[in-house]
Write a protein that binds this ligand. Structure first.
Ligand code: SF4
Length: 466
């Protein structure tokens, strides 16, 4: 099931997409409620632990993995191959699609079942397979509904956070060919029965990889619905698509990284299923795939190493930064226009898709730092957003007026005298503007958009008095 239509990132602005999302009353209620729930679960999970110390351990493990990525990847590839896994390297999304299409074609695959994978969203895998006449079935319940509706996931962990139960019922009723009851157990029961048939008849299973453990050549998958195990053990062929940065040097690193991922993502001690996949079926084993492939996806990741944004490669895609972001909580994930929403999306999108396409996203942040405080691997997201804003203004992606204004601002705030003069000017200016009819103020270029949804207060006097 293809997702038709233009690329939202290049065919609309963040502001347009955000306005559209803000017009959805259910989203305005549901996203804050669900993200509050997730954040409270995280707090409860780590209440009796030193979360900061655990985060520091996680940061060190991820920093080591990324700092010595070539070495760990070489170890991972050698260990996977020893385990009988075919390893493929994909420099970009097109090559990754080509490799996976080739594997499916060689396997005579007509039906593919998939475990939720943001990397597969990133490379646009489903439409490519469907163009070859392959039926692709998403088997995570949320992703299944997203697929039925030709929609996009709007949260890393909770893909249909933006949908009502009624909408889910309508989607599943279309598949059933009858009106299903408005009851969560009945709806999931129907999905389970339908998907079971897909698991049993699929030729190929495709998953992502939460981690790839170099020491043992093991792909680690965490799921809550059991679909991961079905997809990776029932079909004849299993393909795991893994971003190269998801490597962990040692098996013992999982002792830190698993609780951090599951605790920060869902507040769980551990997810219902943790699968450690170390190769295809061996002689004498009764089940498991006959072939296992791992596709290592670069797609812009290597280029970030050694640069100002290397830390973003530490990300374990837990979604916690989305849950606490005051912007994401209002506009939801679709406003960001691409696969990754929220603070992590505002960093990854311009880096992966380029400044022209995603350069405005780092501005979709209050820079409050809540994302830094919650991130289980201590990524300084706020600094990365700052850096990207600065890069955009220094490059050509920002409008000329914004570049000139930023240069003047920077100049003024680099010297104590001009700093004080600019603050005085701003105070006098805003106090004067607050007294004139707002219609006049809105005529100032750029003021109308800024004043949408904001009042113009008189500036404070020195010492904080108005
Ligand atoms: S940036 Fe941190 S909090 Fe956000 S998804 Fe990545 S690991 Fe999780």
């Amino acid at each position: 099931m293809n997702r038709p239509g233009p690329d939202p990132l290049t065919s609309s602005t963040f502001s347009q997409r955000a306005h559209e999302q803000l017009g959805k009353p259910f989203l305005r209620r549901a996203v804050p409620k669900a993200t509050d729930h997730a954040y409270n679960a995280l707090r409860d999970r780590f209440r009796d632990h030193d979360y900061d110390a655990l985060r520091e351990q996680g940061r060190r493990i991820r920093a080591d993995a990324v700092e010595h990525l070539d070495e760990h990847l070489a170890t991972l590839v050698a260990a996977l191959e020893r385990n009988g896994v075919s390893v493929h390297r994909a420099a970009d999304d097109a090559r990754a699609r080509e490799i996976i299409r080739g594997i499916v074609r060689d396997a005579g695959g007509r039906r593919v079942v998939k475990v939720k994978s943001m990397a597969s969203e990133e490379i646009g895998l489903n439409p490519a397979l469907e163009a070859d006449g392959v039926e692709v079935v998403e088997t995570d319940l949320g992703e299944y509904v997203v697929q039925l509706d030709h929609d996009r996931p709007s949260h890393i962990i909770a893909p249909i956070i933006h949908k009502t139960r009624g909408e889910v019922r309508d989607s599943l009723s279309r598949v059933a060919g009858r009106e299903l009851p408005d009851d969560a157990a009945a709806l999931t029961g129907f999905a389970r029965d339908t998907l079971r048939e897909a698991f049993l008849t699929a030729d190929v299973g495709i998953s992502g990889a939460n981690f790839g453990i170099a020491e043992t050549g093991t792909i680690c998958l965490v799921t809550n619905e059991g679909n991961g195990r079905m997809c990776t053990s029932l079909p004849r062929v299993h393909i795991s698509l893994m971003g190269i940065e998801r490597v962990l040097p040692r098996l013992e690193d999982l002792a830190v990284m698993l609780p951090l991922l599951t605790g920060a993502g869902t507040g769980q001690l551990i997810t219902t299923y943790v699968s450690l996949l170390s190769g295809p079926r061996r002689p004498g084993e009764p089940d498991g795939p006959r072939e296992m492939h791992v596709v290592l996806l670069d797609n812009g990741r290597s280029a970030l190493r050694g640069g100002a944004y290397q830390d973003v490669l530490h990300c374990i895609r837990c979604g916690a930064c989305q849950n606490v972001c005051p912007v994401y909580r209002q506009v939801g994930g679709h406003a960001y226009g691409w696969v990754y929403g929220g603070p992590i999306g505002a960093v990854l999108t311009p880096l992966f898709r380029g400044m022209d396409a995603g350069g405005e996203l780092p501005h979709a942040s209050t820079l409050c730092g809540a994302c830094d405080d919650v991130c289980p691997v201590k990524i300084p997201i706020h600094d990365l957003l700052h850096g990207l804003r600065s890069d955009r203004v220094r490059g050509d992606a920002a409008p000329r007026a914004e570049r000139v204004a930023s240069s003047l601002w920077s100049l003024a705030w680099s010297n104590p005298w001009t700093y004080r003069a600019s603050v005085t000017f701003a105070r006098v200016g805003t106090r004067a503007a607050a007294r004139v009819p707002s219609g006049l103020v809105r005529r100032v270029p750029g003021a109308a958009r800024w004043l949408d949804g904001r009042d113009l207060p008189g500036g404070p006097r020195p010492g904080g008095r108005r």
